[in-house]
Design a protein around this ligand. Structure first.
Ligand SMILES: *[C@@H]1O[C@H](CO)[C@@H](O)[C@H](O)[C@H]1NC(C)=O
Ligand SMILES: *[C@@H]1O[C@H](CO)[C@@H](O)[C@H](O)[C@H]1NC(C)=O
Ligand SMILES: *[C@@H]1O[C@H](CO)[C@@H](O)[C@H](O)[C@H]1NC(C)=O
Length: 827
């Protein structure tokens, strides 16, 4: 099926997509993805370039793949370079392309990327295989057993391993399952809904999947054929995930959460693929496939920081905007298994996308599995391996079952199955309705483990558990009567310039922005959902950095955490962090970002700039356009109409962060469960306005005691740690502040620049900011370039059009930064 015959079948099956599904021959040809002006026919571009038009890129209109024989590639490189240079010139001189007729077809190239197949995505199987250890205390609950027997009898479930599927009906710990059987009894079993499992294949011949297999939504991008059949010996992951969602009710293995729903397989993980194929996979069959279950991502090694390339990002946005007839594809992502390596799902651009439902794991005893990553972008958790058992599901083979499926890989598909049930009762739910439903119906667990905050919206959020565990019954029940949310609105802040060295130790560099009620109203923005922060920080050791964000409502998001394994000499380059913790909070008021470098060592860095983007529900849905596709570095770039140029909001003054007394008790996001430390997160945030100067005094007091002592780094760390503990103690007594306030006032405040910033922050008016202040510079910048967009100013299109964009993204970012700096200094 990997030859022409297969292609013909695809052609007839999937119409529009088919054109690009031509086998790649990367050893003899070079492939390019181009984004074209809609007015320029791809054939013309092909002609001018002497290239072959391979077809449109999946469902992305105006995006096309072209190829050239290998030896002619230098010719194309030269042409594109030439074009970039000209374009750059034109932009600098302020001329826009106006006359379409007089154009060179190359002027219609808005973006280009040379394609390189890579195998960078990893399945989210837990690092050490879960051994089926005997459980400590298997004591079956009689009532629960009877209830299960009733369910099996009523629904005619005789699947041989159903009784092992504790995640569906747990008789040992009845409170620890998906709470799904009640909704089955009401006749909700997923009919009419299709989930595509994007993975390493799907065994459509398994007797447990055969009857629910949806061929039309399936494709094998690794072997370029329409059947995602597992080929390699370890192509088992996708089949196991598919079984969790839609294993049929029969006499083979167990059942899926939505056992009458259909499942498609999209195979991408078994070989290297390029960004075009990945983008095509993300939108494959997106009018029929409702949900995309993704149990993979960049390596969870605690050192990788990787996001989907721009084509894939665009495909995700395209999916939520156009998929499912405009209701939006539902992307469900496994949070990641790197917690033991100190990894965090905000370092993964798939799990921290606002377009995905990120699912972490909880085990059969309700514990946090040691592998499951935490982060502020985690929406919910679902059951998976740990505490001596795993998920029992279908395996590759005609009637093979598997009893050790685990990791967040197994949690994601269970949430996807729950979504399938919800959609089967309300197919019109949009992608955001589903996120709301998850937020509203998730059940908080282990509420006294110190990880929970009560946010100002009244919800409970934990970086370890998101809003809690998926409760399928409540999710579906709520879906039945759910009032659809209005379209998505957004508020984009201007880029906020900081350019200041990050102090080491407990202090952090704090930057703030006020978002006003007028701006929110102007943005047609009614209710807050996601918050993203994009930032540039350079540092010689990325793992030393951590970032916190505080909302006007007082909730803290740990946007990033320190990572022992992350030695990258890179910092954060145009990286976007995401938080769902502020869901439902007020967007209006002061948003604070604090960048910390807690490791006192020779590795240092600079907080360069950042911006905040608020995402939520529109006030007036009829006036709300769709968000433009991300990162279009062209004349019609997305942020032109954003309130950047006209804003009166300026960069908040940077100053030293203060060790908020309660902060010392904050539980580090990646700390292993079992050693919880007390926290009062919600209360923390309402620290009285009077405290900043006093606590800042505290931090300066610490800084004046930050010599090296001539000691080794290790000893220094010890010394500082001890100091920190002593300070915590004094703060706890409530004595420290008072003492230091007086003491510091007597010492020279001018010896610390950052302290000076704090002292006069109250006098600073956002409109008239003192000369040389970053806020003032920010204002000038945006006025001076009012005709331009921030996007243009902060991106160097030379680089973003560069070859192998995905690999050089970080480098591109550095150029962006230098251009930013240069523009500022020219000014
Ligand atoms: C679980 O499902 C039952 C119905 O079967 C429902 O009454 C209950 O609210 C659900 N949630 C929890 C947390 O028990
Ligand atoms: C950070 O970037 C600035 C400007 O590009 C540069 O001068 C500085 O050396 C960089 N610092 C680090 C720690 O990389
Ligand atoms: C935000 O507004 C409040 C109240 O007007 C003010 O006290 C604060 O300094 C402002 N912050 C910034 C960053 O402008």
């Amino acid at each position: 099926m990997r030859i022409a015959g297969g292609i013909t079948i695809v052609l007839s099956l999937v119409g529009a997509v088919s054109a690009s599904l031509r086998p790649r021959s990367h050893d003899t040809r070079d492939y390019f993805a181009l984004h074209l002006d809609p007015a320029i026919p791809p054939s013309q571009v092909a002609q001018v370039l002497g290239a072959r038009h391979e077809g449109q890129i999946g469902e992305l209109t105006d995006h096309h793949t072209f190829s050239l024989p290998r030896d002619e590639n230098s010719h194309l490189d030269t042409l594109l370079d030439d074009w970039r240079a000209k374009r750059q010139l034109r932009r600098r001189s302020g001329n826009k392309i106006t006359s379409r007729s007089s154009r060179n077809p190359l002027d219609g190239i808005l973006w280009s990327q040379k394609l390189a197949p890579r195998q960078r995505l990893k399945k989210r199987i837990p690092p050490p295989p879960v051994a089926a250890v005997a459980r400590s205390n298997p004591r079956n609950d009689k009532a629960a057993e009877q209830a299960r027997a009733h369910v099996m009898k009523t629904l005619g479930i005789s699947d041989p391993i159903f009784e092992e599927q504790w995640h569906l009906h747990n008789v040992e710990r009845p409170e620890h399952d998906l709470n799904v059987t009640g909704i089955w009894l009401e006749g909700v079993t997923g009919k009419g809904i299709i989930t595509a499992v994007i993975d390493d294949g799907l065994d459509m011949d398994s007797k447990d999947l055969k009857s629910n297999y949806f061929a039309e939504g399936s494709y094998d991008f690794n072997d370029d054929d329409p059947e995602p059949r597992p080929e390699l010996s370890d192509d088992r992951h996708g089949t196991r995930c598919a079984g969790e969602i839609a294993a049929a009710k029969n006499n083979v293995c167990g059942v899926g959460v939505a056992f009458d729903s259909k499942v498609a397989g999209i195979r991408i993980l078994s070989k290297a693929i390029d960004d075009v194929h990945e983008a095509e996979a993300i939108n494959f069959g997106y009018q029929k496939n409702d949900i995309y279950s993704c149990s993979w991502g960049p390596p969870d090694d605690g050192a990788t920081m990787d996001a989907p390339g721009v084509l894939i990002k665009r495909a995700m946005v395209n999916g939520v905007q156009k998929g499912r007839g405009g209701k939006g594809s539902i992307f469900v992502f496994a949070a990641g298994n790197g917690a033991m390596s100190g990894d965090n799902c905000n370092f993964d651009g798939y799990t921290n996308s606002i377009y995905s439902i990120t699912v972490g794991a909880i085990d059969r005893e309700g514990n946090h599995p040691s592998y499951s990553e935490s982060c502020s972008a985690q929406l919910v958790v679902a059951y998976s391996s740990g505490s001596g058992d795993a998920i029992h599901t279908t395996d590759v083979g005609s009637d093979k079952c598997y009893s050790m499926h685990g990791g967040t890989s197994a949690a994601g598909p269970l949430a996807a199955g729950a979504v399938a049930l919800a959609l089967s009762v309300r197919p019109e739910l949009t992608w955001r309705d589903l996120q709301y439903l998850m937020v509203e119906t998730a059940v908080p667990v282990n509420e006294d483990d110190g990880s929970w905050q009560v946010t100002s919206s009244g919800r409970k959020f934990s970086h370890d558990w998101g809003f809690g565990k998926v409760d399928t019954y409540s999710l579906v029940a709520r879906a039945r009567s759910w009032e659809f949310v209005k379209p998505q609105a957004w508020y984009d802040s201007p880029w906020l310039r900081v350019h200041r060295e990050i102090p080491q130790g407990d202090k952090g560099l704090l930057s703030r922005i006020n978002v006003t009620a007028e701006q929110i109203k102007k943005a047609n923005f009614a209710r807050l959902e996601h918050v993203t922060v994009t930032m540039n920080v350079n540092h010689t050791r990325r793992g030393d950095l951590s970032v916190e964000m505080r909302s006007p409502g007082g909730t803290t998001s740990h946007l990033s955490v320190t990572r022992d394994e992350d030695n990258a000499n890179a910092g954060y380059v145009d990286w976007t962090f995401m938080s769902v913790a502020h869901w439902g909070e007020t967007p209006v008021g002061e948003w604070t970002v604090i960048v910390k470098d807690t490791e006192v060592n020779n590795d240092q860095g600079t907080f360069i700039d950042w911006r905040i983007n608020l995402w939520g529900e529109a006030i007036d849905g009829s006036k709300q356009p769709l968000h433009p596709l991300p990162d279009l570095h062209d004349d019609d770039h997305p942020y032109e109409d954003a309130p950047v140029a006209t804003t009166t909001v300026a960069t908040g003054p940077t100053k030293t962060s203060h060790p908020n007394p309660d902060e010392h008790h904050d539980r580090p996001v990646n700390e292993k469960p079992g050693q919880p430390t007390p926290t009062k997160p919600a209360a923390d945030q309402s620290t009285p306005a009077a405290s900043p100067s006093s606590s800042a005094a505290a931090s300066n007091y610490i800084s004046s005691y930050l010599p090296s002592f001539g000691a080794s780094k290790r000893t220094q760390v010890w010394i500082y740690a001890s100091l920190a503990m002593i300070i915590v103690f004094f703060i706890g007594l409530g004595i420290y502040f008072q003492l230091q306030r007086h003491k510091h006032r007597r010492t020279n405040p001018q010896d610390d620049y950052e302290f000076e910033m704090i002292e006069d922050e109250d006098e600073m008016h956002p409109m008239t900011g003192a000369p040389g202040r970053s806020q003032r510079r920010g204002g000038e910048l945006y006025n001076a370039f009012a005709g331009e967009s921030d996007e243009e100013m902060f991106s160097d299109d030379d680089d973003s059009y560069g070859d192998g964009a995905a690999n050089t993204r970080e480098k591109d970012g550095e150029h962006d930064i230098s251009q930013n700096t240069r523009l500022l200094s020219e000014k």
